[in-house]
Design a protein around this ligand. Structure first.
Ligand SMILES: C[S@@+](CC[C@H](N)C(=O)[O-])C[C@H]1O[C@@H](n2cnc3c(N)ncnc32)[C@H](O)[C@@H]1O
Length: 247
């Protein structure tokens, strides 16, 4: 007999863990395919949906199965305060590459050049989703679909195209690389088809991205401060793009 638990075990190795109510809510809103979702208190989860996500309440009601606390704990690496968890199908690489290549692009792609910190990558995906960026692509060894990144992204990996690429696969478009030594960003309007590149937390932009960049831009920063955090730099740059969009 197929139960939510057998489905969970069958899919757990390949699917994306949605850890908590908010991750499930976001993933459903942005069209994720969710084959299994569990809660220890289905009624409480749906009360949260009534309050915070009436737009997807009926979808969540159809998806959520109540399981005993012990079963829930056996399915997740660590329990979430909402005691809700689900598995989603990861979008195919081919579909994401197609989204990233689509022209004309109406919003920038964020390029994280050899990022190291999983929490930063998750925060950047959340930002990109919030600003409606076309995607977040990474180079290097960090997996942007790592469970810790997905947790930091709050289920918003499904709202933007997230892929790890090689240097040869980077999307087309003018490359604006962010670096404290660049020209002041306040003098530049960022186009919708921009690729916005950010360096690694430890060593900044790689020589390859620096060489390929069409423009090197800096965020305003007082002397004696060396640099901003990666995710906050992405936030300021996307805000700058959005503030001057169409102006
Ligand atoms: C923590 S910083 C990297 C610091 C690194 N030690 C370095 O040498 O650049 C991570 C990334 O955030 C962006 N960033 C941080 N502060 C910035 C600033 N003031 N102007 C432009 N970009 C900045 C850059 O893309 C940078 O590579």
């Amino acid at each position: 007999m197929t139960t939510p638990v057998t489905t969970w075990h069958r899919l757990a190795d390949t699917a994306v863990l949605l850890d908590g109510f908010h991750a499930l809510k976001h993933a459903v809103r942005f069209g994720a395919e969710v084959p299994v979702a569990v809660a220890t208190d289905r009624r409480a989860a749906l009360a949260l949906a009534d309050e915070l996500a009436p737009d997807v309440r009926d979808t969540l009601a159809a998806l959520l199965t109540e399981v005993p606390e012990e079963t829930y704990r056996s399915l997740v690496p660590r329990p979430h305060p909402t005691a809700v968890a689900a598995l989603a199908v990861r979008p195919s690489r081919a579909a994401n590459l197609e989204l990233l290549a689509r022209a004309p692009r109406t919003a920038p792609v964020v390029l994280l050049d050899h990022p190291r910190n999983l929490g930063n990558a998750g925060a950047v995906i959340r930002l990109a989703a919030g600003f409606g960026a076309t995607g977040v692509v990474t180079t290097g060894t960090l997996d942007p679909w790592h469970p810790t990144v997905v947790r930091g992204g709050a289920g918003l990996h499904f709202a933007t195209a997230v892929e790890r690429l090689t240097a040869d696969e980077l999307p087309e478009g003018p490359l604006f690389a962010l670096d404290p030594e660049g020209d002041d960003i306040r003098g530049t309007k960022l186009p919708d088809d921009a690729v916005l590149a950010f360096g690694s937390e430890r060593s900044g932009l790689s020589p390859e991205v620096r060489t390929r960049a069409d423009h090197l831009l800096s965020l305003p920063m007082r002397p004696q401060v060396s640099s901003y955090n990666l995710a906050t730099s992405v936030a300021m740059t996307l805000y700058h793009w959005s503030a001057f969009r169409g102006s």
